[in-house]
Write a protein that binds this ligand. Structure first.
Ligand code: SF4
Length: 119
């Protein structure tokens, strides 16, 4: 099977032409550097995404705090990750970048605030 994707590792945005067999990338072309090759393999064989969402707060000026993972997590875990967020409650003021959940889902990523809650 052939597939075309765009490398998002840098602003150049190379168009990558992939040959895929049995869910494995067997050939990558169109990449201007080795990063494109690695990106193509990860995107097809084990895609990852940064989770962005919100969590509830308690007794704070905003009801929902925007959060994200500080690194990408496996795309296949995104729905589970959304469920894991439901019981999370932020009870004290935080600054953007503060860790809300350390080692989120044992995935070696942290869930961090993307907004400060000020006085
Ligand atoms: S293949 Fe290399 S040059 Fe092309 S977009 Fe990816 S990182 Fe940039």
């Amino acid at each position: 099977m052939k597939k075309t994707i765009t490398c998002i590792e840098c602003p150049v945005g190379c168009t990558l032409e992939l040959d895929i067999e049995n869910c494995r990338v067997v050939k990558v072309s169109g990449n201007k550097c080795p990063k494109g090759h690695d990106y193509a393999i990860e995107e097809i064989e084990s895609p990852k995404r940064v989770l962005t969402s919100t969590v509830l707060t308690e007794n704070l000026p905003i009801i929902l705090l925007p959060v994200r993972t500080d690194k990408a997590i496996p795309k296949a875990k995104l729905m589970d990750a959304m469920r894991e967020l439901k019981p999370v409650r932020v009870k004290k003021r935080v600054r953007a970048g503060d860790v809300i959940v350390k080692n989120f889902m044992n995935l070696e990523v942290n869930l961090i605030a993307t907004r400060s809650i000020c006085d």
